[in-house]
Design a protein around this ligand. Sequence first.
Ligand SMILES: Nc1ncnc2c1ncn2[C@@H]1O[C@H](COP(=O)(O)OP(=O)(O)OP(=O)(O)O)[C@@H](O)[C@H]1O
Ligand SMILES: [Mg+2]
Length: 271
Amino acid sequence: MSAVLRERVATGAPLIRMQQLRKVYRKKQAGGRTEEFLAVSDVSMDIHEGDMVSLVGPSGCGKSTLLKILSGLHGHDGGTLQIGGGAGGAPFNAGRDVGMVFQQPVLLKWRTILENVMLPADILGLDRKKARVRAHELLEMVGLTGFADKLPYELSGGMQQRAAIARALIHDPKLVLMDEPFGALDALTREKMNLEMLRIWEETGKTFVVVTHSIQEAVFLGTHCAVLTAGPARMADFFPIDLPAPRRLHLKTSPAFGDYVRRVYDLLGVE
Ligand SMILES: Nc1ncnc2c1ncn2[C@@H]1O[C@H](COP(=O)(O)OP(=O)(O)OP(=O)(O)O)[C@@H](O)[C@H]1O
Ligand SMILES: [Mg+2]
């Protein structure tokens, strides 16, 4: 880990503190009965400013639900969630301070790719001229130069997801939540995007929480790894990943990397 990053793996109050978080989905049934489904049972972790937390767990265990709670899209039904206790002092505002990449790209089909990337800036009323310049930079960063004026249907699934990643960064949020952002990408683009994401993280000091189904990706990206049990989610483990920075692809062949991967496999009960 570099000196800069070591400094960032903070010592002060966490940006996010989850304590025994619980989430129940409720659905009104005919006859006024309410059906309840426990999606998250007991999740606790501290995330500090500048952390890159990878979140892994079996399908359906509650990972997307947790991200939606962190983004303010869903409430929770038990436990406590504190966000915004980090350095800087300004109150945390979910709209302004969170960038979210959903499991699906969810682009607006009538807006061009550029206009989709600019959407959060428009919603927040930011300077359009500056946002346009930044949007072009971000499109270049995610390899979509030349696609700014296309409509979403003219892009492949992986390209749409890359546009969604650019959109999540347009308003320079403090906290970036990513729900399997690279699932639809081919292996090579995925590795390129991993390195790109690490670069953005190192340059900006933003806090990232990334859900991934790839254990190798979780270990490669994370300063910390949160492993959840099968649903309803509980903590299987939460541990720091102390691998040297800057992280480059050859790290994946090192014994230390393999040890972390094995640890996660063991926690998930994969043989
Ligand atoms: N809006 C909802 N209403 C009711 N149940 C829901 C809702 N969203 C999710 N669930 C249920 O909550 C559980 C957790 O769902 P969630 O989408 O958080 O899982 P996940 O860990 O992200 O899974 P995956 O890895 O497959 O994306 C699942 O059993 C799902 O059926
Ligand atoms: Mg999910």
